[in-house]
Ligand binder design. Structure first.
Ligand code: NAD
Length: 385
């Protein structure tokens, strides 16, 4: 029988709902207690999911809890994850792992020293879309990838989020920290580690207007650049151009396009799990579609809009699979895919892009990681109910 890990949740905000949904899909973890710096949030969450609300201090000391699930805000990730590790708990954290590379390094070091697992979102690269693309690339369908383009661009959260300030905060705001984790993790999963970045930025408006909720119409300060354009050089010699922006009304480009010696590949939305992959091997030729909706982590499971605003009404969302895969690896003493080295490397790319764009110079990436192994359906099925 599969061991079911007892998980303690810290940070009972919006994204918590998605992890509780994971109980429906995964067979090896159960969130049994929760805590929040605002005890009222923990109490509300506990009553909704029929679990126990305790204090942050108590959950960290709780002997029953084996893994801490850290769903706090980005600037609290480091402090909470560090406390979890120092209290001898494995930890799985939402993206980004921290907001400073030095803090990320410290977390990886503590986990290693204490022989504990540290895992991080995003886990979307384990979904059907990115895994199908990885399989095709590994089968050499488009040859050696030389070039590519990625884009995440929209007008920003202020129109539909009642409290949009964190997206425009000085240190942890902006599109690279917010959406970069999805795109960069997906790219590292397909291409391996990066070695250098450069870019430019735009700080368009100094104020934005909240478009929804009790503070509708209030003007807030924009304390960070809201567009980054630039280039990432990968160790395998692929060069990727990126556009990450909160300043675009609408666009009609694909999320990720990669161009190889033998053809091109379109990789679906890295913020989601499903979507079709397309390849084309001839100028003017047809694009071949590879559907992922029959893959275990590609099946459509969202048919209505969730409370989270960026979810499309029909899509595949298996967030929590990174936690389940980590739990499986703890039990079987294997290396997990959403591991600390990968998320530290992604954080390093994020911070290097921001620094390179600010200073107007190329920046070398100092960290590296192994390219994650293909997540086979056989392996996925081991953690599914
Ligand atoms: N994977 C995804 O698709 C996705 C989507 C949205 C958010 N996120 C990430 O999830 C995290 C949480 O986002 P959210 O939208 O749920 O935020 P939120 O603000 O709704 O919730 C965060 C909760 O953490 C609590 N908290 C803050 N600091 C704390 C601390 N030091 N100790 C204990 N509790 C603390 C807050 O009181 C709040 O209840 C963020 O890192 C965000 O980037 C991921």
């Amino acid at each position: 029988m599969q061991k079911v890990f007892k998980v303690g949740l810290i940070g009972c905000g919006h994204i918590a709902e998605t992890y509780f949904k994971g109980h429906k899909y995964f067979n090896n973890f159960r969130i049994i207690k929760c805590a929040d710096i605002k005890h009222s949030a923990a109490k509300k969450c506990a009553s909704l999911y029929k679990i126990k609300a305790v204090s942050v201090k108590d959950i960290l000391k709780d002997k029953e809890i084996e893994i801490i699930l850290n769903l706090t805000i980005p600037k609290a990730h480091f402090e909470v994850s560090k406390k979890a590790l120092l209290n001898n708990k494995h930890v799985y954290t939402e993206k980004p792992m921290a907001i400073d590379v030095e803090h990320g390094k410290e977390l990886v070091k503590i986990a290693k020293r204490k022989k504990l697992y540290i895992g991080n979102a995003p886990d979307t690269f384990l979904g059907g879309g990115n895994q199908k693309a990885k399989e095709l690339i590994e089968k050499n369908q488009i040859g050696k990838i030389n070039l590519g383009n990625i884009i995440f661009a929209y007008p920003g959260v202020q129109s539909y989020h009642p409290n949009p300030e964190p997206w425009f905060a000085k240190k942890e705001g902006g599109p690279v920290i917010d959406m970069g984790p999805y795109y960069l993790t997906a790219l590292v999963n397909l291409l391996g580690p990066a070695k250098q970045v450069w870019g430019s930025l735009m700080w368009n408006k100094k104020r934005r207007i909240i478009g929804i909720g009790p503070r509708k119409g209030k003007s807030i300060k924009v304390l960070c650049p809201t567009t980054y354009l630039g280039t990432i050089f990968f160790k395998n010699k692929t060069i990727i151009r990126f556009t990450l922006s909160f300043d675009v009304i609408a666009h009609h480009r694909n999320h990720i396009e990669l161009y190889g010696d033998k053809g091109s590949i379109l990789v679906p939305d890295p913020n989601m799990f499903g979507g079709s992959v397309y390849t084309c091997k001839k100028l003017g030729g047809d694009w071949k579609e590879y559907k992922t909706n029959k893959m275990p982590l590609g099946k459509i499971n969202i048919r209505q809009k969730s409370l989270r605003a960026n979810e499309a009404p029909i899509n595949a969302n298996y967030r929590g699979v990174g936690l389940a895969e980590m739990a499986y690896c703890i039990k079987n003493k294997k290396k997990h895919r959403c591991n600390g080295e990968l998320s530290l490397h992604v954080l390093d790319i994020i911070k290097s892009i921001m620094y390179a764009a600010k200073k107007g110079k190329r920046v070398n990436i100092k960290t590296s990681c192994q390219i994650p192994k293909l997540f086979s359906s056989k392996e996925v099925n081991k953690i599914l109910k």
